[in-house]
Design a protein around this ligand. Structure first.
Ligand code: SF4
Ligand code: SF4
Length: 259
């Protein structure tokens, strides 16, 4: 059975916030709300390292990583368990979703989620531009909302918008139940961690630390390390082949996920 998951390579992430912004655009997320936040692991403030600066000929030990954080799509999701009206549920493909018609705004799920992944529409949601740019209906006042892994895109065989638009290729999406999928190979071959593993939520989102994973080429899912030729040369030839037509980053015919 399909079980969608995401790998985020913290060695690749440059903290550009593109995933956070593209998520808002794609999902019509209201002003003041974020489904996807890029946190800083380091000092006390965003974009601030911990440690000491080099002084008096010493090398210093500054350290900082970015941690993009959204709904982790937990297999053992506490938000699903506490919802008194079954508005929060897990799809057969592992994506945790909310039925906004059922949601009564009790916010039990927000209290239960250890990742602070959910937001509540206290007021009538405000959108800029008014209609948003994604094909996702806005949610009303008084409901909880969160990341859906862009299920509207996944259902069309496309990757989530944050995965497609990450300029550092730090996000990999696919079927965790398929051992040959790219996302499964990343989990198997790299030092991946789940956030707050001790909570027993078993997230479907994994973080890579300590070793930068190979990037993928612009026009396919091949990894750079699997290519005979320089990927930049391949991009040029793809441009030529397409003429004036834009080349999609994620082919429409590719099954949900990048593999
Ligand atoms: S778009 Fe990619 S590089 Fe930029 S913050 Fe998000 S994960 Fe990091
Ligand atoms: S991250 Fe939070 S909202 Fe998402 S499935 Fe886990 S408990 Fe639920």
């Amino acid at each position: 059975m399909t079980n969608y998951g995401l790998v985020i390579d913290q060695e690749r992430c440059i903290g550009c916030q593109t995933c956070a912004v593209t998520c808002k655009q794609e999902n019509n997320v209201p002003m003041g709300q974020f489904w996807n936040r890029v946190l800083t692991e380091g000092g006390d403030h965003i974009d601030t390292p911990e440690g000491s600066y080099p002084e008096d000929g010493e090398t210093g030990n500054l350290d900082m990583q970015y941690q993009p954080t959204a709904c982790q799509h937990c297999e053992n999701a506490p938000c699903v368990k506490v919802c008194p009206v079954n508005a929060t549920y897990t799809r057969d493909d592992g994506i945790v979703e909310i039925d906004y018609d059922k949601c009564i705004g009790c916010r039990y799920c927000m209290a239960a989620c250890p990742y602070n992944a959910r937001v509540f529409n206290w007021d009538e949601p405000e959108h800029r531009p008014d209609d948003g740019t994604g094909d996702v209906a806005e949610r009303p006042q008084g409901v909880v909302e969160k990341c859906t892994f862009c299920s509207h895109r996944v259902d069309e065989g496309l990757d989530p918008a944050c995965v497609v638009n990450c300029p550092a290729d730090a996000r990999i999406f696919g079927d965790l139940d398929d051992d040959s999928s790219t996302v499964s190979e990343y989990v198997a071959n790299y030092n991946t961690e789940q956030l707050l593993e001790e909570k027993g939520t078993d997230p479907n989102t994994y973080y890579v630390q300590g070793e930068m994973t190979p990037g993928r080429t612009w026009t396919s899912d091949d990894l750079e390390s699997e290519l005979d030729d320089d990927p930049s040369a391949e991009s040029v030839s793809a441009d030529d082949a397409a003429g004036d037509e834009p080349v999609p980053h994620v082919p429409a015919e590719a099954g949900g996920g990048d593999d």
